[in-house]
Design a protein around this ligand. Structure first.
Ligand code: IVH
Length: 691
């Protein structure tokens, strides 16, 4: 399958190597967003395309395969707060059929016949055709019929122990019905129905909270809540579709019989499944399900075909990441034509002007779309979009909708091009687009209510000051009503002022006031991030806090002093220095401090010579038992060391975990000391080398 798709092969190995590296980094990042943050930024189709391109590259140039390539492992990793659960039988993924046309069904059947050595005269292969539920994979371990452990997939080998949370899900039986075997691991998917999701979002909105993005991420987020009572408030459901480890139970002969057995044990098994004989019947199932897709009570992103006979499954066996006997056949992303009625502009926190297409409402990919962001002026030109055009809107799974293209043959004579307005629709300040920049900006700064609102939302956001309950609606009311102009004004709000707002109950007002009060006790890093200085994200805020130790030193730093901070370049240094030179920004900061916002003081840790690992370069390889790669990297960097990607003579230590590959070999051949996770911790605790 690897080479089936024409990935653009750059030919020259150097180019291929570079591309493979880029793809790996990109895929790892998407895995992180998907699994760790439950907030993917690309569609499954885009992700699959990247993955297949990498597979094809590696197939064409086997020397490019690295042991840590995402093609060699199932994506994802564990969160640190849940206990790890080692899956005794790995939780595998399924290969995705590349064709999102009906051909996928025939291709799969043809491949199965070939691999089973069947000729044209042999009878059709029987398959179990199921829905591909779009949720979170779960392994439920029953011992003597009692639910003992519920674990997420994690990286496929080790997942997270979410038993307490899963016990709150009514559809997951605590006990198996009938004569349960000593050990039975049930595998399936946690999901949320569309209507439960809609009701949940209605409640969110009533409380002035931000709506959830989609059922999948909401379900995944709920399962990984630290507090089971939070999970209990989310309407989660479960479908069983397979098994993991079993003991003392004679396996049924087929997937269909297995599903029936699971049903008899009291597990929820979806009835929308069919025994299909041959490719033709798979195709029929695919078409039928695709036609009904939007009428299903929950979201699916395709169908799954499994060779029905377990004996044949065994004969077909596994590849590294997935069984050979199953395939996910996805549906193409929905693309629907509609009319582009107007292009308005929106003003972001930094004044960035984003053109937004207003389209005639269309139902696509499970939601009604009326607004679609068009990113910037150049993008509109590139796609040759004109107001009045018929455009194709696409929404794949959980991703934000896009305008794919216009249909020029349906362009009305009165279609007009988009013209970037000269003045900000919110504050009438000039809009400028600087030489060489793609983004146009409102120059109004905090005079502009749109920028003020966005700045407040950023200030209150979870990773900044974390003021729960201060959402879009409330901020609109506060700014429009003149109650709040800057973040410091938030700290002057009392219950009375808030409760006087429309749709605000005393109870909610009290909650918001309490959340604001709580936010006073924070960290310097969060505070710096909350200020919303252009280009200063969380990691820069962390570096700044660490480097300067206190706010005054940071506020007084000039560009030269800022350039001393690790990873701060000229653009950032200029942006930070300019921010703190502005009198109104300094005043805002002082007002916040006067309001009681505070954080623990700590000693500055300037870059040079600090940290027990200063001057050392460490290389991580393989999977560490408790630390994720990012955590280990952060630990090394916090101790002043450098975490590098490849082993060289300059490497001080290689930190190796399970399945360490080439880097470990190289370290040994160069005679570089190899330590494990405990060794790393000890090294840091001991205070570096000779200490
Ligand atoms: S079977 C060894 N059946 O899709 C095969 N998976 O990438 C294990 N999924 O991780 C999976 N519906 O979370 C199977 N009817 C179904 C499924 C299903 C959804 C998920 C599952 C898996 C992913 C495939």
């Amino acid at each position: 399958m690897a080479a089936a798709r024409s990935a653009q092969d750059p030919g020259a190995p150097a180019a291929a190597r570079k591309r493979a590296q880029e793809l790996r980094a990109e895929i790892v990042e998407h895995n992180r967003r998907y699994y760790d943050e439950d907030a993917p930024t690309v569609s499954d189709a885009e992700y699959d395309a990247l993955f297949r391109e990498l597979e094809a590259l590696e197939a064409g140039h086997p020397s490019l395969v690295t042991p840590d390539s995402p093609t060699q492992r199932v994506g994802g990793r564990r969160a640190a707060q849940f206990a790890p659960v080692r899956h005794r039988l790995p939780m595998l993924s399924i290969q995705t059929e590349t064709e999102t046309t009906i051909d996928g069904a025939y291709t799969f059947d043809a491949r199965m016949r070939r691999e089973l050595g069947l000729g044209p005269g042999d009878p059709p292969v029987e398959y179990m055709a199921e829905l591909k539920f779009d949720g979170l994979a779960m392994s439920l371990r029953y011992e003597r019929g009692e639910l003992r452990v519920a674990a997420t997939r994690g990286d496929g080998e080790t997942g997270e122990d979410v038993t307490a949370n899963v016990r709150t899900i009514r559809e997951v039986p605590q006990k198996l019905k009938g004569r349960a075997p000593p050990v039975l691991e049930v595998r399936g998917e946690i999901y949320m129905t569309r209507s439960d999701f809609a009701a949940l979002n209605e409640r969110q909105e009533e409380q002035g909270l931000r709506p959830y993005v989609n059922p999948r991420n909401t379900a995944a987020g709920a399962v990984r809540q630290l507090d089971p009572s939070m999970t209990a408030q989310r309407p989660l459901r479960f479908f069983a579709y397979g098994i993991g480890e079993v003991e003392g139970w004679e396996l049924p002969a087929s997937q269909s019989a297995l599903l029936e057995a699971l049903d008899a044990f009291g597990q929820p098994v979806n009835r929308d499944r069919r025994l299909a004989r041959g490719g033709e019947e798979l195709a029929k199932f695919y078409r039928a399900v695709e036609a009904r897709r939007d009428d299903l009570p929950f979201e699916i992103d395709g169908v799954v075909y499994k060779v029905d006979s377990l004996a044949l499954q065994q004969q077909l066996g596994f590849r590294t990441r997935e069984p050979r006997w199953a395939i996910a056949h996805k549906f193409p992303p929905e693309e629907i034509p509609t009319r582009l009625l107007a292009i308005d502009v929106q003003v972001g926190r930094t004044g960035a002007i984003t053109p937004v297409a207003r389209v005639e409402p269309v139902f696509v990919g499970g939601t009604t779309v009326t607004n679609v962001t068009l990113h910037n002026e150049d993008e509109i030109r590139r796609r040759d979009l004109m107001i009045g055009d018929t455009v194709i809107v696409r929404r794949a799974g959980d991703v934000i909708p896009q305008v794919v293209r216009a249909l020029p043959e349906r362009r009305p004579p009165d279609a007009r091009p988009f013209v970037m307005p000269k003045r900000c629709p919110e504050c009438d300040s000039a809009i400028v687009r600087l030489e060489g920049e793609v983004i146009a900006r409102c120059t109004g700064g905090l005079v502009c209510p749109a920028q003020r609102k966005a700045a407040l939302l950023h200030f209150a956001s979870r990773r900044a000051m974390d003021i729960e309950g201060l959402g879009d609606k409330l901020v609109d009311q506060l700014v429009d009503g003149g109650l709040v102009r800057t973040p410091a004004d938030l700290y002057t709000l009392g219950i009375a002022k808030l409760a006087a707002l429309e749709r605000m109950a005393d109870r909610s007002a009290a909650n918001v006031v309490e959340a604001i009060e709580r936010s006073k006790s924070t960290t310097l890093q969060r505070f710096v991030y909350a200020l919303g200085i252009r280009h200063v994200g969380e990691s820069t805020a962390r570096d700044l806090a660490r480097h300067f130790g206190g706010l005054d030193a940071l506020m007084d730093a000039d560009e030269a002093a800022l350039l001393e901070v690790a990873d701060v370049g000229p653009v950032l240094a200029q942006s930070i220095a300019r921010f703190f030179v502005e009198p109104h920004n300094r005043e805002g900061v002082e007002r916040l401090r006067a309001a009681g916002v505070h954080w623990p003081a700590h000693a500055p840790q300037p870059r040079e010579g600090a940290g027990v690992l200063a001057g050392m370069t460490l290389v991580l390889t393989g999977t560490l038992p408790t630390l994720s790669r990012d955590e280990a990297k952060a630990m090394i960097e916090a101790a002043g060391g450098k975490a590098a990607g490849s082993v060289s003579a300059k490497t001080s230590y290689v930190v190796a975990g399970d399945e360490a590959g080439g880097k470990l070999d190289k370290a040994r051949s160069l005679g570089i000391p190899v330590i494990d996770e405990d060794g790393l911790k000890a090294l840091i605790a001991r205070g570096g080398d000779g200490a």
